[in-house]
Design a protein. Structure first.
Length: 364
């Protein structure tokens, strides 16, 4: 429990709040996908082992969504945290940062030094920095120590994407160092106009420090603007991928007769007829050419079936967790059933993005 009534803790939290207000203004528009990601991160902060389905249930209970495990899986993939082991490593790193933050904001120099050291380290054990690690750490701090949210900043924090959250994370460090006079370790994170303009004259040393702070503020702002531009380009690319996925999802929806599935059925039927030396009427050649071209278009778009249609499989309950299953309930997790693939399910291979779920039906 952080002693938020202590004067210097209050001053540090005020500095964090001021920084948050600046970041929210930078972000301007609310992006619902970022809010959803951050709310998922917040839920994961209380249970590092939470799987996609339980995460979706928690999102629905806490925030009133109607999410599925599939949707959470896709968000995990988009944020490069689909691997549960790496996801746990990321959360454990964020937790260790939050623990040192608690000591740092109460003025403990050793905790501040550890906070500075850990926050710059890669979150993953393979030595790679995760692109969302600073965002996760900032959310973890508020999730682990909710008492610090004296200005109701948590909703504002949930508006910040990777770039703005990263620079806000830097601001957290600066707010603490300014209050306690700790050294501000120079990297991309020296931001915060500290001194008030119209107060008493500064000493020579204070003036030098002020100039140094302003130079670092300008340097960081320029870097942040470039990072925001890069993030915008990534979001633009992601929106194009989503539009492509939505297009093919509609093609294979029941509303339009599951066109992708039907293309496979027609192609397989024609191949069977030709294999049996059946003479196809010349009148339908044009239709067959169109089917062939449509299949080629789907393949060229890197849309591929996930299973083989009409294939027979032996499965347990976990195998069909992310399929549309039609049949009797599984009595135990180990019980085996024989199912037929009615619809193969489709995936955008380049991004491992699921277009539609496979459908399987229990065989008598």
């Amino acid at each position: 429990m952080i002693k938020v009534q202590e004067q210097k803790v209050k001053e540090s939290l005020q500095g964090m709040h001021d920084a948050m207000q600046r970041k929210v203004k930078r972000g301007s528009q609310v992006k619902e996908d970022i809010v959803i990601e951050n709310r998922i991160f917040s839920i994961l902060c209380s249970d590092f082992d939470l799987g996609p389905t339980k995460t979706a249930i928690a999102m629905n209970d806490r925030y009133g969504y109607d999410m599925t495990g599939d949707e959470v899986i896709q968000i995990f993939r988009n944020r490069r945290m689909a691997n549960p082991n790496e996801r746990k490593e990321l959360l454990e790193w964020a937790d260790s940062v939050a623990v040192q933050f608690a000591g740092a904001i109460e003025g403990k120099r050793d905790a501040y030094d550890k906070f500075e050291k850990i926050r710059k380290e890669p979150a993953l054990k393979n030595g790679k920095k995760h692109d969302s690690q600073d965002r996760m750490a900032a959310i973890m701090i508020y999730a682990k120590y909710p008492e610090i949210d004296i200005f109701d900043d948590i909703e504002s924090l949930h508006l910040l994407g990777n770039t703005l959250a990263r620079y806000y994370f830097y601001d957290i460090s600066d707010a603490i160092s300014d209050v306690y006079g700790f050294p501000q370790y120079r990297d991309a994170n020296k931001k915060k106009p500290v001194a008030k303009e119209n107060e008493k004259k500064l000493t020579y040393e204070q003036a030098l420090r002020r100039v140094d702070q302003l130079e670092n503020t300008l340097e960081r702002t320029n870097t942040m603007l470039q990072d925001l531009q890069d993030e915008f380009q990534e979001q633009l690319e992601a929106s194009k991928v989503k539009e492509l996925a939505d297009f093919f999802a509609k093609l294979n929806s029941e509303k339009y007769g599951c066109i992708l599935d039907e293309l496979l059925v027609v192609r397989k039927g024609v191949d069977e007829l030709r294999k049996n030396n059946y003479e196809l009427p010349i009148e339908i050649n044009g239709l067959l050419i169109m089917v062939k071209k449509l299949i080629q278009f789907v393949r060229d778009s890197h849309i591929e079936p996930m299973m083989k249609i009409n294939s027979i499989r032996e499965v347990i309950a976990s195998d069909v967790e992310f399929c549309n299953y039609e049949g009797t309930p599984f009595n135990t997790p180990e019980e085996k059933k024989t199912v037929k693939v009615v619809s193969p399910g489709w995936i955008y291979k380049d991004k491992e993005l699921q277009i539609s779920r496979p459908k399987v039906k229990e065989e008598e």
